[in-house]
Design a protein around this ligand. Structure first.
Ligand code: ADP
Ligand code: ZN
Ligand code: ZN
Length: 746
């Protein structure tokens, strides 16, 4: 006898509410997860649409109380059913519960009672509005004057601000509407996402290489066989232009597209470029929007009001009913992997969603991930290369500065002599400079120069970071301590922050170049809503000469006036205790270098490092991706790391460190026994060991790593362990999580 767990109302926050139904004999073979069914529901047994999320062998309720599924709903597969089936796949591939997977793929409706938000928008041009203003002033229409003055200062104001603080009555607003001066926008979600004053951008005509890619992919669509494609194009080769053309062609065929970007900071720039082509038929989704705003965008997508949805990872689940293409820009970025359960990778999940719906997938990067490039070489993805920048613009010239030599000559500054010289030159020429620090955080950790003591978080066992306000903060749990002037261990007064952060660099740069206008973009300066966008648009409007920042300034931004990029400490990403170190460094350096010389002037890059001989740094300076891939792959093969092997991490967390250790040992033994019995072969197991951050929020963490050439074998290990855990009550006091092919160390 089989039973099906069914959810009835998926548009609701509470997807946990599952109802169990009996599967009639005649449906047993046919029924599967994600299917739409009709079931008797409620007191009146009204026939209601539901979705099967799980099939089980045993009844969880008294048999007599379980109703039977009436039939499979054959009114066509809805996008919800498709996403639910995808959730099931996610759960199988990455672990976690069905409920966690469902919450990942389904949009959540906001609780009722939300008041509609209205916004007043200036419709008339500035000059027309100013003219009207003068006219109103003359006629002493004071309410209209107040309204126009406010709108000339800020082209969008909340309706309530006008009727409240500005004392402008609804009838005055209606009159202004009648004159075509203002418009009232209802519902904040749909339009307010698009800024009113968009910078102009000229439409481009694709060059031959770009055109060939578009044609090849469109041909596959016309044959009804779109596949997965990888566009490896050097920075500035015009990949985005290719994406836009592809999507426009698909839109003309009635197909919708999802554009995934690696981080929120890129939303604005990307959206602007797409807006020029698609106008109101493009929208964005991201986590800074309220649940209600997001839900509204999902609804617009479902109603067919959009051709393109742009957003980070989660935009992958946009409920387009005629999905044509999922496009993933900067596909190598680690942010495409979820850091919460289910720890899905958006790339694999995109390929799976596309496979199920007959859509295509385009991955694009100047530095493809080892995984994707290996797959492209193996023929799983079709590979396209754009080897040149558009309009014969040259790639920048890179030079490596050895910081050890710099120290020997007595220069202790963060800026090498060569970099200072070049910055000076660019300032004279009124060109722009990017200074890039490949780490997050402020001034790094605090240590004693006398004895080496490092200040650490008592809960998380990580070093505390020094902040400007005289405090040291834990970046995991937020624990704060006041910075002391004397070492608590040896009494030395040489206690200070170690290594430079972006703030420190800003200070140094301002001292050295007092006339330069400097902007800083990091975690602190972008915390505010729109923080990213403000800094980016200020820099691209040339309101500053130098932009200092972390990772977030190098990803995909296009600043034509930048002719110098300084990479201040290339080593910071190299020795992170994680096997991705060389790959990450190569990617960061190439991307950073890619920001130089995107306009008319040729660009130059200075890479400062303590390890100038490292292949990751050498090959990045030469911008030789192919050579890097080969060398890195040899290392991965030797060490049995991905992409040659797959990797599964099991994380065991417990408040009781002894108990957690015991559980981890026990699970390791289970796997060991299975290997010995021949149930799994060729499995490599490492650990258990302390996680690299062994204690977080008073939880002790142990990790076990498994490696195997076949992904499915690791899924079986996970399934067996999950099953074992669920059968043993002792495990209630520990949390066990799985992570396949982790992007960062644990
Ligand atoms: P990528 O995404 O590969 O870094 P972009 O698509 O951002 O490259 O292109 C870089 C710049 O070149 C952009 O300003 C873009 O408008 C311009 N561009 C792209 N394709 C062409 C073309 N065929 N002709 C002229 N300019 C182009
Ligand atoms: Zn000390
Ligand atoms: Zn902490």
């Amino acid at each position: 006898m089989a039973y099906a767990n069914v959810i009835i109302d998926i548009s609701h926050e509470n997807v946990d509410k599952v109802f169990q139904y009996r599967v009639p004999k005649e449906l047993e073979c046919e029924l599967s997860c994600g299917m739409q069914v009709l079931v008797p529901f409620g007191k009146g047994n009204r026939l209601t649409k539901g979705y099967v999320i799980e099939l089980v062998g045993e009844a969880q309720y008294e048999e007599s109380r379980i109703k039977e599924i009436s039939r499979i709903d054959s009114s066509g597969v809805s996008v919800e059913a498709e996403l639910i089936a995808l959730a099931f796949w996610i759960r199988t591939q990455y672990g976690g519960t069905m409920n966690q997977a469902l919450k990942t793929v389904l949009p959540v409706k906001q609780k009722a009672g939300r008041k509609e938000k209205r916004t007043l928008v200036l419709l008339a041009s500035r000059s027309a509005a100013e003219q009207k203003l003068a006219e109103f002033q003359q006629k002493h229409h004071t309410a209209r004057v107040r309204l126009l003055e406010a709108l000339l200062e800020e082209p969008r104001i909340p309706y309530e601000l006008a009727t409240g603080k500005l004392h402008v009555s609804a009838s005055v607003i209606r009159a202004a509407e009648g004159l075509g001066l203002v418009a009232v926008e209802r519902g904040e979600a749909s339009k307010s996402l698009i800024p009113t004053e968009l910078p102009k951008e000229e439409a481009v005509t694709l060059n031959r290489e770009q055109q060939q890619i578009v044609e090849a992919i469109i041909r596959d669509f016309e044959r009804g066989e779109p596949g997965a494609y990888l566009i490896h194009g050097v920075t500035g080769s015009g990949k985005t232009a290719v994406y836009i053309e592809l999507i426009a062609r698909l839109a003309a065929m009635g197909k919708q597209s999802i554009v995934l970007i690696p981080e929120i900071a890129l939303t604005y720039q990307t959206m602007v470029r797409f807006y020029h082509r698609f106008g109101e038929r493009v929208s964005i989704l991201n986590s800074r929007m309220s649940a209600g705003e997001r839900y509204d965008q999902y609804q617009r997508a479902k109603r067919g009001e959009l051709d393109v949805m742009i957003g980070p990872r989660s935009a992958l689940f946009t409920p387009f009913s005629n999905l044509g293409l999922i496009l993933m820009d900067e596909e190598h970025e680690t942010s495409y992997k979820s850091e919460t359960v289910p720890r899905y990778h958006a790339r694999e999940t995109a390929v799976e969603r596309a496979r199920r719906t007959g859509a295509g997938v385009v991955l694009g990067s100047a530095t493809p991930s080892m995984e994707s490039y290996a797959r492209a070489k193996a023929g799983q993805y079709r590979l396209f290369e754009l080897k040149n920048r558009v309009q014969q613009r040259p790639l920048p010239e890179c030079e490596i500065v050895d910081l050890r030599a710099e120290l020997k000559t007595g220069n202790r500054s963060i800026l090498s002599g060569r970099l200072q010289e070049l910055i000076e030159d660019r300032l004279k020429k009124k060109q722009q400079v990017l200074l890039f620090l490949n780490r997050r955080g402020m001034s790094g950790f605090v240590s004693c120069r006398g004895c080496g003591h490092v200040f650490r978080c008592p809960h998380c066992d990580v070093s505390l970071s020094q902040h400007n306000n005289g405090k040291m903060v834990c970046h995991y749990c937020g624990y704060t301590e006041t910075t002391v002037k004397q070492c608590p261990v040896c009494g030395s007064r040489y206690v200070s922050g170690f290594k430079a952060g972006t703030q420190k660099i800003e200070t140094v740069v301002k001292e050295r170049f007092p006339a330069a206008r400097v902007l800083r973009m990091d975690f602190d300066t972008t915390r505010k809503k729109d923080g990213y966008e403000q800094i980016l648009s200020a820099f691209s409007n040339q309101e500053a000469d130098i932009l200092i920042g972390t990772q977030m300034i190098v990803k995909g931004h296009d600043f034509p006036k930048v002719t110098l990029v300084g990479i201040l400490a290339a080593d910071l990403s190299l020795h992170t205790g994680d096997f991705h170190g060389a790959e990450r460094t190569f990617q960061l350096l190439t991307q950073a270098a890619g920001r130089a010389g995107r306009g008319q002037e040729k660009g130059r890059v200075v890479i400062q490092t303590y390890s100038p001989e490292h292949y990751g740094i050498q090959l990045a300076a030469r911008q030789d991706y192919e050579a890097f891939f080969e060398q890195e792959l040899a290392y991965r093969r030797l060490m049995k790391y991905p992409p040659v092997f797959h990797m599964l991490v099991m994380l065991v967390a417990s408040r009781d460190s002894m108990f957690g250790s015991l559980c981890a040992e026990l699970l390791a033994k289970k796997v060991q026994q299975a290997v010995e019995k021949g149930k799994v072969s060729e499995l490599v197991m490492i650990g258990p060991a302390d996680a690299s951050v062994a204690k977080v929020k008073d939880f002790y963490k142990k990790v076990i790593y498994f490696k195997h050439e076949e992904y499915v074998q690791l899924v079986r290990v996970k399934d067996a362990l999950e099953e074992f855990i669920s059968r043993h009550k002792e495990f209630v006091d520990v949390t066990v999580q799985f992570d396949f092919n982790p992007m960062n160390g644990f």
